[in-house]
Design a protein around this ligand. Structure first.
Ligand code: NAD
Length: 477
């Protein structure tokens, strides 16, 4: 399948703009070839984006809510119309399989549709006044221009949550997507503008992440920050936001435990786990990453897991038959190589995979490690790659303590057929999202986010709109 990678640019004030900052190369992770180039934003370009977002906020908040919602629905329709071409571009810059990329574009359209509807429900209230004639009104208003930062693993869905949420509330937004996957976000911005979002209400910049965030966040124009990415990046952004202070939604990494009890259908759960584990080559913040399997079933579970893993076809995401693409960048390849070597050195058994595929491309095969000791780095460090560490347990209370021991808490999973155990897992697992007997934990209607060092605030669901609204009390005599 031949696909042309689009021309890149910044997008400021309703128009494409050639940046005057440093040049950025975009690489196809399956070939390591440069497929696109773009100049990042200079300080002057960032100031232009701030001025545009300020003006765009005034224009957009003045548009009647039902009209704003119609525009967002139109943007969703454009994404659905363009699913094939957008998915192909997403694959080129990020590496995932075409069918996963299609799913991501459709999910992004759904996020726009959800927020288009939810924006109509930014209800206020009237509180009885202490006088017989006065009125106390509580109204919800857009918080103001937003600065958003998104990573490379979901180049459409993560920007969609932030752009649609902000716009539905009546905010304007400047988004800095990952420099590794800029074309997909640019296409979302263009769909919004084509659908009728006014000049300056949606803007996209690129550049050195720390420099861009240090410029945008302290600006008086920006009233709200939304960041998805690593805990390290999140800390830097949160520190800048706290200095103002400004509201910040942080969606950071996780390290999801999966507790598999002895009473499950072992083969079915093992197959389900393997399929979910290797989605997007494991580069998913809610990916299941630590498998605690009851000692009575660990051998058949691990064997079936490895059998399923070996059946996964690795290849360029655009090739028909590819189930799993390469890792998105060279950093992940070296990180995964080190984590697997460390686990093996500490006594883990390698059941399949375990060695990077000879280049070109950042390919690493689905890898299953069994009997991984708790001292292995992979048990505490988020792998963000196609490696499944499996380890035994015998006592449910004790394994819940192990599952909750890390400082992160984004997602967690439990499998059992026993009602009391199911209830216990749902209540006791410390995470923002818990999946019981399934891995699906997120849809446009549900809040997405973590606890502890996995971040603060929620995207999606009614909470996702709330994040962009502020409350005003109007006291009328
Ligand atoms: P990284 O910290 O270099 O970058 C992650 C993302 O954060 C990038 O998009 C980057 O542009 C942004 N970023 C980093 N510092 C920033 C700053 N000061 N201001 C603004 N943006 C900033 O990490 P990486 O090498 O790309 O990935 C490493 C780890 O990050 C992964 O192992 C994973 O744990 C985590 N990660 C999490 C998510 C998620 O969805 N929560 C996504 C990607 C990566």
């Amino acid at each position: 399948m031949s696909v042309t990678y689009p021309e890149l640019s910044l997008h400021i004030g309703g128009k494409r703009l050639k940046g005057s900052g440093a040049r950025i190369d975009v690489i196809d992770p399956a070939t390591e070839k440069v497929i696109g180039q773009v100049s990042g934003a200079s300080a002057a370009d960032l100031d232009r984006a701030l001025a545009a977002a300020e003006k765009g906020f005034g224009l957009w908040r003045a548009v009647a809510v039902h009209q704003r919602c119609a525009i967002l629905r139109r943007a969703a329709a454009l994404l659905r119309e363009r699913v094939e071409s957008l998915a192909a571009v997403l694959v080129l810059e990020q590496g995932k399989s075409l069918s996963e990329a299609r799913g991501e574009i459709n999910a992004s359209a759904e996020v726009f549709e959800w927020f288009a509807e939810e924006g109509r429900r930014a209800y206020g209230r009237i509180i009885p006044d202490r006088t017989s004639t006065g009125r106390m009104l509580v109204v919800r208003e857009p918080v103001g221009p937003v600065a958003a930062f998104t990573p490379w693993n979901f180049p459409a869905l993560t920007p969609a949550r932030k752009i649609a949420g902000a716009l539905a509330a009546g905010c304007s937004i400047i988004i800095k997507p990952s420099e590794e996957t800029p074309a997909t976000c640019l296409a979302l911005i263009e769909a919004c503008v084509e659908a009728g979002v006014p000049e300056g209400a949606v803007n996209m910049v690129l550049g050195e992440p720390a420099t861009v965030s240090a410029h945008l966040i302290p600006s008086q124009v920006i009233r709200k920050i939304s960041f998805t990415g690593s805990t390290l990046g999140g800390r830097a952004v949160a520190a800048l936001a706290a200095r103002a202070p400004k509201r910040a939604t942080l969606e950071l990494g996780g390290h999801a435990p999966v507790i598999v009890c002895a009473d499950v259908d072992v083969e079915a759960v093992a197959r389900l786990s393997a399929k979910r584990k290797f989605r997007n080559a494991g580069q998913v913040c809610v990916s299941p990453t630590r498998f605690y399997v009851h000692a009575d079933i660990i051998e058949p579970f691990a064997a079936e897991f490895a059998r399923t893993a070996k059946e996964i076809t690795l290849g360029h995401g655009l090739e028909s038959g590819t189930v799993m693409g390469p890792l998105a960048n060279a950093r992940r390849l070296s990180a995964i190589t080190e984590l697997v070597a460390d686990a093996q050195a500490k006594g883990a058994r390698l059941l399949c995979g375990g060695k990077a595929v000879d280049g070109p491309g950042y390919f690493y095969p689905p890898t299953v490690l069994s009997h991984v000791p708790e001292c292995a780095a992979i048990m505490t460090q988020e792998p963000f790659g196609p490696v499944a560490p499996i380890t035994p347990f015998t006592d449910l209370d004790e394994v819940i303590v192990r599952a909750n021991a890390l400082e992160v808490g984004l997602s967690a999973f439990g499998f059992s057929r026993d009602a009391a155990t199911v209830n216990k897992l749902g209540s006791a697992l410390e995470a923002g999202m818990v999946g019981i007997n399934r891995f699906e934990i997120s849809q446009a209607e549900t809040p997405f986010g973590g606890i502890k060092e996995s971040g603060d605030g929620r995207e999606g669901g009614i909470e996702g709109l709330e994040a962009y609204l502020t409350t005003k009390t109007i006291s009328q005599a």
